[in-house]
Write a protein that binds this ligand. Sequence first.
Ligand code: PLP
Ligand code: COI
Length: 339
Amino acid sequence: MTQIDWKNLPFAYLPTDCNVQCNYKNGAWGDIRVSESEYITIHMASTCLHYGQEVFEGLKAYTGADGKIRLFRWEENSKRMSNSAKGVLMPEVPRELFREAVYQAVLRNKRFIPPYGTGATLYIRPLLIGLGPEVGVKAAREYLFMVFVTPVGPYFKTGFAPVDMMITYKYDRAAPLGTGSYKVGGNYAASLLSLKEAHETGFSTTLFLDAKHKKYIDEAGPANFFGIKNQTYITPDSKSILPSITNMSLMQLAEDMGLKVERRPVPVDELSTFEEVGACGTAAVITPIRKIVDPEHNRIFEYGSDNQPGPISTRLYQHLTAIQTGDSADKHGWISFVE
Ligand code: PLP
Ligand code: COI
């Protein structure tokens, strides 16, 4: 294996030794198997290809200073995958199967887990797809669950440094009673055009609004949104956003730090009142936001000074990442040791 430059890893795919797979057939899950191939052969009429019957997850493995490999709240990813699966009529992956597949994928690719202190982590991608052959719009009868891993650096190139975002009025990511709260591929396909436009105009990503009123903040393309003011952590309550495990954890940590926590609709107009704003997620961790452009009303909201993350975002970031790597005590029981 060529030497990996852990400190400069992008958030991109890097091949590893193997992945873990399991098929669902005749109403039951089969045995876990390990594959050394990066390719899968599936029927061309598979429902995942035509009708988007596909759900996925994202979590990370961290190396601690003690050399132990930690997972952060994998049970929540398992629960969310079940919820997503039910939302698009797929069988749930049993918790024990999810755990076994994730653990095996990590352990069998141990040499790709970034060392402590590099800032890089092992990204774990569980995937569940509907297999064919079907032509009518209906749920598949067979499914494939697989887990691959890949070592990654920060999702946004800047890492823990502020980025600029653009509110989009032209596109919606998800409808109020649609699939926004499920982690299905279609939501991400729906975000690509706006993401392209955001990139072309110099922004890191798009901030989506609620599709019905175009008045409240929903979330960023790959992450939830939060704002901080008056010692309060405020994050949108919306049926069309992904329930972020990072955000759920930050709400707890904010409370632990003595902040008030509010989960409620956040009007765009309120952006002018925040002291700090940021995006949060497994890939994004905490990404502070420096500037939000509102093209519809010709306004720009700016945060912080000297291009530095705000003090509360910084404390939250340090607190969260210290728990993930084992530098801080795991008071809430969020960590599992892979070995
Ligand atoms: N929102 C969207 C659309 C996402 O894709 C993600 C990433 O998983 C998140 C939010 C953050 O969720 P989590 O913190 O569970 O990774
Ligand atoms: C994650 O944070 O795990 C995600 O799934 C975001 C992603 C779309 C890269």
